[in-house]
Design a protein. Structure first.
Length: 298
């Protein structure tokens, strides 16, 4: 397998920290994303390389293995186990040093049809490397079940994303990582969600919160208003004498619950009373009259 310089692909030095890696990845991913470059095979290939580089360098453990083993980083655990096993065999038979040449020969034999000693004739099975990816979604898309195709390590993986996934949540897709060695199981794919919320609603787990401005007259006298929810508009009845900061709950009008079809949290609406400005002379006169009535002067 040809060596791929992931640092070069992202255009960062080997000393780059996690913040620099993420910044470089997002910049390049936006530039070469298939939606921005439709039918551009060159951009598509570049996009896959960028994702592969990010999957490795954004994970501290994978990055450490890559820095140490280069193109063989996915089999770093096998290298270490090979070292340890050869050392154990040597100590039980005779005292010998495990040299670099022994190390290479042993690893080659392990993947080329078996090795001598304990378990002779059988090659050890090893699970493949796990993959990690980040998926950015708009909060409106997270409200309902989504079907998406994610490119991971140059492979397209079809996913069904349940409604209600949370920002920062990580889910595991079993068997979608690197192939195993010597017939071992494939690794897993871990996807972390980055949910972008540009709505007027604040999400708290399965509940939503919003603020509605209420004019003074409706707050004092009561009435009906139209309120926005995440799934549409509803009519609300405002009680007379509603105070500033009053909170009302709309049951079942919150966010979708994760993996629970047709179940939703609550929507909490806080009333913010808006005082009138630029009063006319007549309005001021009426307010003065109300003030005098309140103070018992009339």
């Amino acid at each position: 397998m040809a060596f791929i310089d992931y640092y070069k692909i992202l255009g960062i030095p080997k000393t780059a920290d996690e913040k620099a890696i993420k910044k470089a990845y997002r910049k390049l991913a936006r530039k070469y994303h298939p939606d921005v470059n439709p039918n551009d095979k060159t951009a598509e290939g570049k996009f896959k390389e960028i994702n592969e580089a990010n999957e490795v360098l954004s994970d501290p453990e994978n990055r450490k293995k890559y820095d140490e083993y280069g193109e063989n980083w996915k089999h770093s655990e096998e290298f270490e186990k090979a070292k340890q096993q050869r050392a154990r065999q040597g100590s039980s038979q005779r005292s010998e040093q495990f040299s670099d040449s022994d190390y290479s020969d042993f690893f080659s034999s392990m993947f080329g049809g078996g090795f001598s000693g304990a378990g002779q004739g059988r090659a050890q099975k090893f699970k493949g490397q796990d993959f990690r990816a980040e998926l950015q979604m708009d909060i409106k898309d997270a409200y309902a079940e989504q079907k998406q195709t994610l490119t991971v390590n140059k492979k397209n993986i079809r996913l069904t994303i349940p409604a209600g996934v949370k920002n920062g949540q990580t889910i595991k897709i079993k068997g979608k990582g690197s192939p195993g060695a010597n017939g071992g199981p494939a690794g897993d794919l871990y996807i972390t969600f980055n949910i972008i919320n540009n709505t007027e609603f604040k999400r708290d787990k399965d509940d939503l919160h919003s603020t509605i401005e209420l004019d003074l007259y409706t707050a004092v006298l009561g009435g009906e208003i139209i309120a926005k929810t995440f799934s549409g508009k509803v009519k609300l009845t405002v009680k007379p004498g509603t105070q500033n900061g009053t909170k009302v709950k709309l049951k079942g009008k919150g966010f979708a619950k994760y993996k629970k079809a047709d179940q939703f949290g609550e929507l909490y609406i806080t009333y913010q009373i808006k005082l009138p400005t630029d009063l006319t002379a007549k309005q001021k006169e009426l307010f003065e009259e109300l003030k005098n009535i309140e103070n018992g002067k009339t």
